[in-house]
Design a protein around this ligand. Structure first.
Ligand SMILES: [Zn+2]
Ligand SMILES: [Zn+2]
Length: 377
């Protein structure tokens, strides 16, 4: 039993990854939070999306999940006496398909107001997957060469275009800004995994409370950071002016700063993540200490990439293959691993510890200034 939740009642069992599970969580302060685990579309190792439903100035639902999750969400909510039509507010933690894919249908069925971060709507015309592919820097050009050499081609599925069309059909009724309070919730901008990522803290008693972390802080797995140059000039121009500095929205350093923001809430604040609350027959109730653990994880990975690069300049693919175990690079996973290493190399370039040579190799400079950057988070 986690410290903060005095009772965890299973209202519906799911499979071994938790798909379909429905829980009623009771906090120390008596607050009740329900959650329904809805499956992702297609195969994903992150497991179902945990949609959270609770009272806060009306019935509030965070992250409805993928489009196909609607029926399971509806039948799950019926188990605690709530109907879709009772939902007054739908909040999404960020604009990825396993979070906002079900929004259009849910808004239509409920008439609820849609809440998302201030830059969610202006970013809608830009597919984050396309942005990953842009050769916007020498290191990203190297990444793309390595991906192509390994036969990687971006897949344009019918579901993907249906999703992109559907999400452009909705309008955010309430754009969320950092520090905003509403009832018992306080919203926090937490960019890094996604530029529009938010966390929401409920119950602000000193040293207590719960934070909904979306994909920003997850148990068991380390969320994927964006790369520093996953944007175009046109895209930045479509954002409100105070978001024009890309360093405030993208890249590993931005992600680590956002992790520190969560860690600073205090070590006893409970984390309710969008994935892996339950997996492999066990619950993963954690606190904000997980955010500090993730910072340490990336610090180790930065050090490892530096060591791996060795004294001689190396191609990005070689560094990637030495950073990850072989089984983690199988199937289509090499591309994800390349983007992950690029996010780390970008930080090491900024700290002056690594550079890209003219013949497209990664070279250590002999410095280890990145530790300084991490101390300043
Ligand atoms: Zn995500
Ligand atoms: Zn997700």
């Amino acid at each position: 039993m986690p410290d903060y939740f005095t009772e965890v009642a299973v209202l519906r069992n799911g499979d071994s990854a938790g798909n379909g599970m429905v829980l009623a969580l009771t906090g120390e302060d008596g607050r009740r939070i329900h959650t329904v685990a809805v499956p992702q579309e297609g195969h994903s190792h992150t497991g179902p999306t945990w949609a959270y439903i609770f009272e806060n100035e009306g019935l509030t639902l965070i992250d409805p999940g993928a489009e196909a999750s609607f029926d399971l969400l509806q039948s799950g909510m019926a188990l605690f006496g709530s109907g879709i039509a009772d939902v007054e507010r739908v909040i999404i933690t960020h604009g990825h398909a396993d979070h906002d894919g079900g929004v259009a249908r849910l808004l239509e069925a409920s008439g609820a107001e849609f809440w998302a971060h201030d830059i969610y709507q202006p970013l809608l015309p830009f597919d984050p997957r396309d942005l990953q592919m842009l050769p916007t820097s020498p290191i990203k050009a190297m990444m793309w060469e390595a991906a192509r050499a390994n036969g990687f081609t971006p897949s344009d599925s019918e579901e993907r275009s249906r999703y992109l069309d559907a999400r452009q059909s909705v309008t955010v009724g309430h754009p969320i800004v950092h520090g905003e309070r509403q009832g018992n919730l306080t919203y926090m901008h937490a960019p890094g995994h996604s530029p529009d990522e938010i966390c929401a803290v409920i119950g602000q008693e000193p040293g207590g409370g719960t934070v909904f972390t979306g994909d920003h802080v997850l148990p068991e797995i380390s969320p994927h950071p964006t790369m520093k140059t996953d944007y175009t000039a046109a895209m930045l121009r479509s954002l409100p002016e105070h978001y024009h500095d890309p360093a405030d929205s993208y890249g590993l350093l931005t992600y680590l700063r956002s992790l520190q923001r969560v860690a600073d809430l205090g070590p006893e604040v409970a984390v309710l993540p969008a994935h892996r609350l339950y997996n492999n027959h066990k619950f993963n109730f954690q606190t904000t200490q997980r955010a500090a653990d993730l910072i340490r994880f990336h610090a180790r990975r930065l050090g490892r990439i530096l060591v791996t690069a060795g004294p001689e300049p190396q191609p990005l693919e070689a560094v990637t293959r030495r950073t990850f175990e072989r089984r983690k690079l199988e199937g289509g996973n090499l591309f994800a691993a390349l983007t992950e290493v690029v996010a780390h190399v970008e930080l090491l370039e900024d700290s002056g510890d690594m550079e890209v040579t003219d013949d497209h190799r990664l070279r250590r400079t002999g410095h280890e200034n990145y530790q300084e950057l991490l101390r300043a988070l």
